[in-house]
Ligand binder design. Sequence first.
Ligand code: BTN
Length: 322
Amino acid sequence: MKSRALLGLLADGQIHSGESLASFLGVSRTAVWKQIWRAAEEGHTIDTIRGKGYRLVSAVDLLDADQVLNALNADLGESIFLSVHDEVDSTNAEVIRQRVHHGASRTLVCLADCQTAGRGRRGRQWHSPRGENLYLSMGLTFRGGFAMLDGLSLVLGLAVAKALEKQGLSAVGLKWPNDVFVEGSKLAGILVELQGELEEGVVQVVAGIGINVHMSGTHNVTQAWTSLDQTMPEHRWERNQVAACVIESVLEASASFADTGFGGFRQQWQARDIFLGRPLITSDGILSGIGKGVDEQGNYEIEVNGVHEKVRAGEISLRASA
Ligand code: BTN
């Protein structure tokens, strides 16, 4: 975003003269005018007040690495390597690229203002409009081989749900395996990608988290969705704050997961299960029955004619049938 520095100055909603903006930015007044024009093209509403200057009318919520780090507790801040991008193809892809250059000493965390090729589960695209939502990826490392990762994606969904609850959101639900739902609409999605084995038994995973924060347009999203702004309009949602809270929650959950596996999270996950007791059908149409919650490995159980049938995450998806 070329107008980022300008928007940072206008973010206080006050009138700023072209001269003062030019002097702060170290550019000419014509260059300021061009940036104002570009910012308007990007969707920001800026009033020109004759003889006085410019005032940003629309709210702006800029991503800022320092603000994210300041909101984290100091130890955690030092344990991560945070990069904030104006635009990337996918923050998951960026973490995978960065891992080639960084050792495993710090957790790579990547945030972007927009993604040009955001990835969703099952090969779907994740719409990633500029400035509206949170696009966050974290490079996580676990010991114990791939087998110990059972249930990790559910734990990450739970970590996001808990972070949002900490920010004041209530009635946060989880749709197996890891979608975060509020009042029947999707608020956040998580894409876990296995990156491979660093050395025998040490596995690298990328946890990609997309949370709708200010999303306004439909952006061709086909399923029912909501955003933090829509769910809790009285709260001033700031992406840096939400990011810090989610990073903290994911780091905490990953450390416990390494000790306890999914078993340590099962009850908490179950308490937010939106499928529990509901009639369900698998995406291939083969199984239908009543939702019974998750087992110790994070598989979903459906009761079919009195028998509990297991559905494995990654193999199939579930939907309510009535
Ligand atoms: C889903 O389909 O529900 C998962 C969506 C995951 C989207 C996030 S946004 C940040 C990260 N980067 C990506 O390309 N995808 C994930």
